[in-house]
Design a protein around this ligand. Structure first.
Ligand code: PLP
Length: 440
């Protein structure tokens, strides 16, 4: 067992950590793509936490921007006021109207963003005079957050297990686009995308098309099945089916978005006009201050604005000026330093290194991703498609061993209750250099 993981007792911690048996290592400082533990050990943050710290740690101009904002005004109650930093962030993200997205709601966590998106959809349909549209279709092996609304649209059995009585019965699940495990022998990408399209359409018809409010999907699923880009044509099919029945498309880009795949929005690589509603988070604020958001088209905004004229949702810390000021500076740095290009160039180097160094190892089943968002999926026997079972704990072991070697990566699991997925994610900060990729 890992020395780092087992050297600490819980006795001196007053916090509910994830594990209630061992206190996690204490990170005391960070610089660039590394952080340092209280033991003095320096670790390469090869996953940027859970794909959050897109500019790495200790970025001086973000700190200056945050300090400046706090000196000007440290809190603004968004129910009756706005701030320059929130307005500037929204305009940076939306003035070009990417995919027709035109308006933003800023909240604190990805889960809140998912809840806000679900509530916006519900309000939209009532304002449109179609209050019977109450059903959501989501995907198996999905994660959209841990609040009760977000978990209700998440196809992840073990995360839901303790809360099933709270889960909405207005959600049904279809298969994700997951070629490595889902594509049949001899099936082409086109046939696979068509099969998934048919499955979605059948589900809409089964529910009754005019009762369906929205379809929810991560553009590139992260924590559950690990950085799986859809096969070409899948999202074109999804967009077409949603349009055919007038159903809203929500794309969750909380993990995969804000530049991680090499374009600001992952859906820009899918040949679709964009979603009706998009959620963003994690890299949006670069982890300097918590921040997530919902982006919506003018059409969605107008439906609410032209009818009740009031957004029936809000939080005390919504559109927090300090968080928005950090995100504005993150956006400036990404643009100024041409970091999306670095994501593409370093991403292909990372892909090459992963394939060369891990591709032929016995339990490596699949290596996939896009930009700087990569996963390695483990199988008990890749040649026969024999997966690890739920209790194998293989990816946790890989994370522990990596940590002992000075490398932080993310180990997460996919779990529908029907089948289990073991993988680790590497998603280094966008500032990563070639020699650092080699070291990772
Ligand atoms: N959606 C996706 C795709 C995520 O990966 C996550 C978190 O991992 C969330 C939503 C929830 O975000 P948060 O943990 O900030 O609430």
């Amino acid at each position: 067992m890992s020395s780092l993981a087992h050297s600490r007792s819980y006795a001196d911690s007053h916090i509910f950590h994830r594990s209630l048996r061992k206190k996690p290592a204490n990170i005391v400082s960070g610089q660039g793509i590394t952080f340092t533990l209280s033991s003095g050990r320096t670790i390469i943050d090869a996953s940027a936490g859970p794909a959050v710290s897109c500019l790495g740690h200790n970025q001086p101009t973000v700190i200056e921007a945050v300090t400046r904002q706090m000196q000007q005004i440290s809190y603004v109650y968004s129910m009756g006021y706005t701030s320059s930093s929130a307005e500037e962030l929204a305009s940076l993200l939306l003035s070009q109207k990417p995919g027709g997205l035109a308006k933003a709601i800023f909240v604190n966590s990805g889960s809140e963003a998912t809840d806000a998106a679900l509530k916006l959809v519900s309000q939209y349909w009532i304002e449109m005079g179609q209050s019977q549209r109450t059903k959501f279709i989501a995907r198996k092996q999905s994660y959209h957050g841990n609040t009760l609304g977000a978990l209700s649209v998440s196809g992840h059995a073990s995360r839901r297990a303790y809360y099933e009585p709270w889960m909405s019965h207005n959600v049904s699940f279809v298969d994700p686009c997951y070629a490595y495990r889902g594509k049949a022998d001899g099936e082409s990408d086109v046939e696979y995308a068509l099969r998934l399209r048919t499955q979605l359409e059948d589900e809409i018809l089964r529910l009754g098309p005019d009762t369906v409010a929205a379809f929810v999907a991560e553009t590139v699923p992260g924590t559950t099945i690990g950085c799986v880009p859809a096969v070409p044509g899948y999202f074109v099919a999804v967009r077409e089916v949603c349009d055919k029945y007038g159903i809203l498309l929500i794309l969750d880009e909380i993990m995969c978005g804000m530049g991680k795949t090499g374009t600001m929005h992952a859906w820009e690589q899918e040949d679709i006009r964009g979603p009706d509603i998009q959620t963003i988070g994690k890299a949006l604020g670069g982890g300097f201050v918590p921040l997530s958001g919902v982006l919506a088209t003018q059409n969605v905004f107008d439906a609410v604005s032209n009818n009740s004229g009031t957004l029936s949702h809000g939080h005390t810390f919504q559109a927090h000026p300090t968080a928005c000021a950090a995100a504005v500076e993150v956006q400036h740095i990404i643009g100024r330093d041409n970091l999306l290009k670095n994501v593409v160039v370093m991403g292909s180097l990372l892909q090459q290194s992963l394939e060369e160094s891990l591709g032929s190892l016995p339990h490596v089943g699949d290596i996939r991703g896009r930009g700087l968002f990569w996963a390695v999926e483990f199988m008990r026997r890749p040649s026969t498609g024999d997966p690890f079972d739920k209790h194998a704990g293989y990816s946790n072991r890989v994370v522990e061993v990596s940590q002992d070697l000075g490398l932080n990566i993310l180990g997460t699991l996919g779990d529908t209750g029907e089948y289990h997925v073991e993988h680790v994610i590497l998603s280094p900060p966008y500032i990563v250099k070639a020699e650092e990729v080699a070291e990772i």
